[in-house]
Design a protein around this ligand. Structure first.
Ligand code: GAP
Length: 448
């Protein structure tokens, strides 16, 4: 059954939520194969999600869009793909074994545990009013390396990808010709044993982060902080996110992470209110110093410990924000049903194109449509291409609208005469006739 039955404690701020939008998007995600509860066959596992055929495309498109702008689109950033498990000394030095903690309280009535800042005077599960004193809980998942489960083999699943970048700092500087300022970027899995998960894929225990560590002269950190704030907001706008749904919020002293001297969140207006979408932090020289690392400026003949500005975003969280932002319901024309349209930016849409024969029972139409489908599919730069020959054409359009496919190609009788097809635009529903031979350049022009 869907929506998946979260324990009440997993749903935050339910009273301020816009339940309609939230539930509609969650239900669409399951119905159309974006997101499934992980291990659903065995009752699920709280805080873990699987991304289905459309979800994996959306996530891959998001990662490509991030990597494209942050790494490939510039000469001063390189990428990294580090291991997930590091020598546990990394986490001691970085302060995570000490500080990667949330304050946990237990309801004295139902004995459920919650993050202290999520309780607001009343148990979210049973409305109890009495709690134990808060105590720190380290959210790093533990594991053991090697065949013996002893303290010697104790290791952690990384709670952020950033430390992988810091511990490779020297190798990267030595094997490239990067000079300050420069960046090292990484996209990869992170794990946190969150006390309270919830709001669908907003807060989970396994997620992916896209992080950039930008190394610069200490005196230039403020300038670069502003630069990355602007750059990251532009990324969201470029991908069509509504400006009015985004804002910056500066962290108060008590909420800043142990490594940060300044931190701003880019917040998104989620159905339950404003919430963190991305964090941008000035980590100062905290991490490089903690690992005893320095940078040698050959030209100035001096050694220094650079400052680090870090934009960091969760891929699933931003996927969710893009889905919410793109969700539209429009009244249908004349007697038609209303339609649900995911107005995702074409670069993010799981399918860019769908191909339909006008009717399925005419072999010559089917043959022509299949050959066009194969032509577009083999050009794998378009990503996967959808095929649909069921039901009536209107229903097929609506079905593609709901998953955000920007263009539908219909092969009709005229195609057999003049080798043109109709291309229907998801957002305007307008159709134009395009020659089959021009289709690839037509779509690549739209996607560039
Ligand atoms: N390296 C810095 C860092 O990890 P963070 O603010 O804890 O900072 C950065 O996390 C981003 O990672 C968040 O803005 C959010 O998008 C994502 N994120 C953090 N915890 C998450 C969770 N439990 N589930 C999903 N995404 C999460």
């Amino acid at each position: 059954m869907w929506p998946v039955k979260f324990p009440k404690s997993c749903i935050l701020n339910i009273e301020t939520m816009n339940p309609d939008l939230f539930e509609k998007v969650v239900s669409l995600c399951k119905r159309r194969g974006f997101v499934y509860p992980s291990s659903e066959l065995y009752g699920g596992l709280s805080g873990f999600w699987d991304f289905g055929p459309l979800g994996v495309e959306l996530k891959n498109n998001l990662k490509a869009a991030w990597w494209g702008r942050v790494v490939h689109g510039r000469e001063d950033v390189v990428g990294l793909d580090s291991a997930i498990i590091y020598n546990p000394k990394v986490w001691e030095k970085s302060g995570h074994t000490k500080f990667m903690t949330d304050l946990l309280v237990e309801c004295k009535n139902c004995h459920q545990r919650f993050r202290e800042d999520h309780v607001k005077g009343e148990c979210p599960n049973c409305k109890g009013k009495e709690f134990t004193d808060p105590r720190p809980f380290n959210v790093m998942f533990k594991t053991y390396v090697g065949p013996v489960e002893s303290d010697e083999g104790l290791a952690y699943l990384r709670p952020e990808t950033a430390q992988g970048i810091f511990i490779n700092f020297e190798s990267i500087v030595n094997t490239t010709r990067l000079k300050l300022p420069f960046g090292i970027a990484q996209i990869g899995k992170a794990f946190r044993n969150e006390i309270t998960t919830g709001n669908f894929i907003f807060r989970s225990r396994e997620f992916e982060q896209a992080e950039l560590e930008w190394f610069c002269q200490p005196k230039e950190a403020d300038k670069w902080f502003k630069y990355w704030q602007k750059e990251r907001i532009e990324w969201y706008s470029e991908l069509g996110m509504k400006k009015e749904n985004l804002k910056f919020r500066e962290h108060e002293d008590k909420e800043r992470a142990h490594y940060a001297v300044t931190a701003f969140d880019i917040e998104y207006q989620f159905p339950w209110g404003w919430g963190e979408l991305e964090g941008i932090a000035n980590r100062s020289d905290y991490d490089l110093k903690a690992h005893g690392l320095k940078y040698r400026d050959e030209e100035a003949g001096e050694e220094l410990v650079p400052f680090v500005v870090e934009p960091s975003v969760g891929i699933e969280r931003s996927a969710f924000a893009f889905l919410l932002d793109a969700y539209h319901e429009e009244p249908g024309a004349k007697s038609q049903e209303s339609r649900v349209v995911l107005k995702l930016h074409p670069k993010l849409a799981p399918y860019k194109v769908a191909v339909f024969p006008l009717v399925a029972n005419k072999p010559e139409l089917m043959k022509e449509a299949r050959s066009i489908y194969e032509l577009l599919t083999k050009n794998y730069q378009l990503g996967p291409v959808a095929w649909d020959d069921r039901g009536n054409i209107g229903k097929r359009y609506y079905s593609q609208d709901e998953i955000g496919t920007p263009w539908c190609v219909t092969v009709d009788y005229q195609t057999l005469e003049d080798r043109t097809v109709t291309v229907r635009d998801r957002d305007t529903t307008k159709q134009e006739r395009i020659a089959v031979g021009s289709l690839l350049s037509y779509f690549s022009g739209k996607l560039s």
